[in-house]
Write a protein that binds this ligand. Structure first.
Ligand code: FES
Length: 266
C-alpha cells in the first residue's frame, strides 16, 4: 500500500515530517490503516517530498481555498506566507465544525474565513463570489473534494492559467485503458503492445521494467515520463492545459495514447 499525504509544516521542522490525515469514510485502506492500526514505534518506508502544488511567493495576494482535509497543504502555504509577511486570504469550508482541522490555529485570524455547511443552512462556499471580489493579480489555490475543485475550476475559468492553482487528491478522470497502441522505450529500444483494460504502467510493471510510480491515480507525479513522439491521451490532474498541449511529458499510470505509437524517454 502506497499513499501520499500533504505536509503541514513548510519550514522549521528539519528532523520530522508532519502530515494531516483524515480517516476517510470511503477509505481505500490507507487512512483507515493509519488511524486504526499504525502504532508509535512502527517503521514505515517513506519517500521524500514532491511538490505538485507550488506556492508562487511573488504573488501580490494569495487566495487560499480549502475543503475538508484539503486544508493541509493550504495551511502549510498560509504558514509560509505568514513567515514571509505576504498578504493572503483563506476560505476554509467543512460540512461541520467538528470535522475541521487546525481550528485552534485559524480561529481569530482575520485572514481566515471559516464556513460550515451545517451552520449555513447547507449552503456551500460561493467560489464565484470569492474569485470576483479578489484583488487584481491575485493567485488562487484550492485543495478539497472533487466537486469543490470542479466548482473552483468553473469559478476561475477567466483567471490566467499562471494564477490558478489546484490540487486533486483523488483522480478526477478515469484512467485510459482503451489500449490498442504500442509504447516504445527509446533508451532500451523495447516495444510493448498496450492491450485494452491496461495502463502503460501496468504493462511495463508486468514486463518487469523498473518504473517509478506511487499513487497510480494521476495525482502525485511520480510516474511522469518524457514523451519523445506520439500524442498522449492525458488523464492526470497534474499537467496544466498548456502542458497537455505541449505533451513534453505524461503520467503513464493513467494516461494513454491517441496515436498508434508512443515513444517514451525510458
Ligand atoms: S503514479 Fe502518481 S501520477 Fe502516476
Amino acid at each position: 500500500m502506497m499513499r501520499q499525504y500533504s505536509l503541514v509544516t513548510a519550514e522549521g521542522e528539519r528532523n520530522s515530517y508532519v502530515v494531516g490525515i483524515k480517516k476517510d469514510r470511503a477509505s481505500r485502506g490507507g487512512s483507515k490503516y493509519i488511524h486504526e492500526h499504525l502504532h508509535v514505534g512502527e517503521v514505515l518506508k517513506i519517500g521524500g517530498p514532491r511538490n505538485n502544488f507550488p506556492l508562487d511567493e511573488a504573488a501580490a495576494h494569495s487566495v487560499l481555498i480549502a475543503g475538508g482535509i484539503g486544508i493541509t497543504p493550504i495551511w502549510c502555504m498560509a504558514q509560509r506566507l505568514i513567515a514571509k509577511g505576504a498578504p493572503w486570504t483563506m476560505y476554509y469550508s467543512c460540512r461541520e465544525r467538528s470535522e475541521a482541522a487546525f481550528l485552534g490555529d485559524l480561529q481569530g485570524r482575520p485572514e481566515a474565513h471559516l464556513h460550515f455547511d451545517a451552520e449555513s443552512g447547507g449552503k456551500f462556499l460561493d467560489l464565484k463570489e470569492i474569485v470576483a471580489k479578489a484583488s487584481e493579480g491575485s493567485h488562487f489555490y484550492c485543495c478539497g473534494p472533487t466537486p469543490m475543485l470542479k466548482a473552483y475550476e468553473e469559478a476561475t475559468a477567466n483567471v490566467p492559467e499562471s494564477h490558478m492553482h489546484v490540487e486533486y487528491f483523488t483522480a478526477a478522470e478515469e484512467a485510459a485503458t482503451e489500449g490498442g497502441y504500442s509504447v516504445v522505450l527509446q533508451r532500451s529500444g523495447k516495444e510493448f503492445a498496450i492491450p485494452a483494460g491496461k495502463t502503460i504502467l501496468q504493462v511495463l510493471r508486468e514486463a518487469g521494467m523498473d518504473v517509478t510510480y506511487s499513487c497510480e491515480e494521476g495525482v502525485c507525479g511520480a510516474c511522469e515520463t518524457a514523451v519523445i513522439s506520439g500524442t498522449p491521451d492525458h488523464r492526470d490532474n497534474i499537467l496544466t492545459d498548456r502542458e497537455r498541449e505541449e505533451s513534453k511529458t505524461m503520467m503513464i499510470c493513467c494516461s494513454g495514447s491517441k496515436s498508434a505509437k508512443l515513444v517514451l524517454d525510458m
